[in-house]
Design a protein around this ligand. Structure first.
Ligand code: COA
Length: 166
């Protein structure tokens, strides 16, 4: 495909709302399983249920104006989402950090994540070191590793992460 390929013209990107919480919570829980089954302890994965993620989504959408989430829709159905907020490390608070970016498995490689990222316009992000697909995606969008890695954690389970910025 050409690097100038644009996302599907039927794609709509809009702000997330409280009423999206069950749908986005389910998608979020499914992608955690896809990424981390066999990696994170089962006890951690069990905490990331659709219900728990829906409850978190209710909190995400009402956290304040610097916390912004966008939903991608195709034909009226949510197929992806992105969330940003203030940088969470000391010295980065003024910047915008990408907290999460997810596209449903059935509609990947159609430019949806690229469109979501363009809309969210973050300065930097942390990504699991072994998430090659995401690291390749971010590199293609001109985010580059800035030589900083950390032993991060996801819901209390350790996860090695690298920082990418532009
Ligand atoms: C990473 C992810 C968000 C990419 O979403 P997507 O909508 O498929 O990405 P796009 O179609 O916008 O991809 C744009 C470009 O990035 C690169 N890219 C995307 N996915 C890739 C993959 N799996 N392998 C290699 N390159 C990839 C390609 O260059 C692609 O362009 P092309 O399809 O014309 O070759 C998606 O795979 C996903 O949701 N993964 C699970 C969740 C996740 O890992 N999120 C990121 C960490 S929080």
């Amino acid at each position: 495909m050409s690097p100038d390929r644009r996302a599907d013209p039927a794609l709509v990107i809009r702000r997330a709302e409280a009423s999206d919480a069950p749908t986005l919570g389910l998608m979020h829980a499914e992608v955690f399983l896809e990424l981390y089954f066999g990696v994170l302890p089962e006890s951690t994965l069990a905490q990331l249920s659709p219900e728990a993620m829906a409850a978190l989504w209710h909190r995400f959408v009402s956290r304040g104006e610097r916390y912004v989430q966008w939903v991608a829709e195709l034909g009226g159905d949510p197929v992806g989402f992105v969330g940003t907020g203030p940088g969470r490390e000391i010295g980065y608070e003024a910047g915008t950090e990408l907290y999460f970016l997810v596209v449903a498995p059935g509609v990947r490689r159609r430019g949806i994540a690229r469109a979501l990222l363009r809309q969210a316009d973050p300065d930097y992000l942390w990504v699991w070191e072994e998430n090659r697909a995401a690291r390749t995606f971010y590199r293609k969008q001109k985010f580059f590793p800035d030589s900083v890695a950390r032993d991060g954690s996801l819901f209390g389970a350790p996860l090695r992460e690298v920082r990418m910025s532009r």
